[in-house]
Design a protein around this ligand. Sequence first.
Ligand SMILES: Cc1cc2nc3c(=O)[nH]c(=O)nc-3n(C[C@H](O)[C@H](O)[C@H](O)COP(=O)(O)OP(=O)(O)OC[C@H]3O[C@@H](n4cnc5c(N)ncnc54)[C@H](O)[C@@H]3O)c2cc1C
Length: 441
Amino acid sequence: MASADNSLSGSGQLSTDMLVIGGGIMGLWGAVKAADAGFSVILIDAGEVGRGASGGLLGALFPWMPDRWDQKKQYQFDALVSLPDEIARLEHDTGLNANFRRAGRIVPLPKPHLREIALRHQRDAETNWHQGGYRFHWHVRDGEPEPAYIDPTACAAGYIHDTLAARVEPRALMAVLKTWLLRQPNVRIFEHASLERLDAGRGRAEIVAHPPLPCRASPPQGGRSDVAPAAQHTPPISPLEAEMSRSDRWGYSSEPSITTITFSHALIAAGAASFPILQSLMPPLPKPLGQGVKGQAALLKADLDPTLPVVFLDGVYVVPHEGGFAAIGSTSENQYDDPLSTDRQLDTLIENARALIPALRDAEVVERWAGIRPKAIGRDPLVGPVPGHANIIALTGGFKISFGMAHRLADSALDHLLGRSTAPLPENFTLSGQISREIPG
Ligand SMILES: Cc1cc2nc3c(=O)[nH]c(=O)nc-3n(C[C@H](O)[C@H](O)[C@H](O)COP(=O)(O)OP(=O)(O)OC[C@H]3O[C@@H](n4cnc5c(N)ncnc54)[C@H](O)[C@@H]3O)c2cc1C
């Protein structure tokens, strides 16, 4: 991935219109939209951009069910249909490819009663997925979707073919976003720079910048050999670190340095770490604003056509990607000791995927991966100004669906600052909406 820029002013203090805390899918889209709006932007990441939950393998872009249509489902529909154009603009500007494909989704129907439900949804999709010049389907079909793609016993009662679902390569999209941002004159990115303290009233953030590590870890052993640009190891010294090592003011020290950034507005997009940051700005709550949910996934070298639809059955995702790879996911773990390790649960998932997709039976596992999804108290994205601190804006809580919505959630996050209403938020996407629903009284 391109390396982060750094041009620290000699004033001893950095200042910006928009401070973005966290460089995952949420923070990167937030920074893109803020830069588009003409703000000066500083994005900081405690580690390396795109190495949190967003640096994973799957990239499935699934719509919610087409029944019981509401503002939430409309919001997600609008996000899913607008995403390819948004990505294409950045791809055009950077010359990179995020490998977005509206591949669709197959849901096998092993039992007749599932088919009855699916047929109802087929009718719902005819109404709700046919709007604004778009028409997507939720076909219920008999037999097998593609010859020899899916184990026939899984499709005993037919299968659903949804044509709205899509997929993107997460690390490739991270690379597109980061590269685009680095080319903007009004954006600076600092890696290994972690928010320690936020003074919302004075618009000040205390940042700890970690010094260069003497040596960086290699890519994971057994990892994918022809990885996307974002998956390749970034340069060993981040620009902020480089600046620290050459600046008279900073000098060089093996200890972390602390600096202050003053800002007009801050986007809190630190993934699961966003919840305690946001909560520290609010009156005490009887329960956490959100939590991290661990997920494990794997990448297999597989002889699968990359245009095939994504398959989903009983919690198992199989996502064909370009270049002869398939991603498999995902566990969902509320309790875990090590957030980044993989274990027997992933083995079981791989076994289930191999049973479902014959082409995976002997496929080599080239990467095992784990990450922490940000799940907000109300299980929906958590976006918009913090009550009592209009300059601090949440952009988190994407849980399992961030990749399909982050670009639009970033629009929503900025709407009130720009006095516009491009993407009105469903009530349950806001902090006040989720808190009042989940913590009555
Ligand atoms: C196994 C698995 C499979 C998944 N599959 C899909 C899928 O198919 N489709 C989909 O849409 N979603 C999927 N998800 C969910 C998706 O990956 C997440 O919802 C999304 O990546 C969250 O993005 P984020 O930007 O909020 O957080 P992150 O990507 O975690 O980014 C947060 C960033 O903030 C930084 N940070 C944290 N604390 C600080 C601090 N104090 N100061 C500065 N920076 C900080 C971190 O270093 C990190 O880079 C999956 C998740 C997992 C784990």
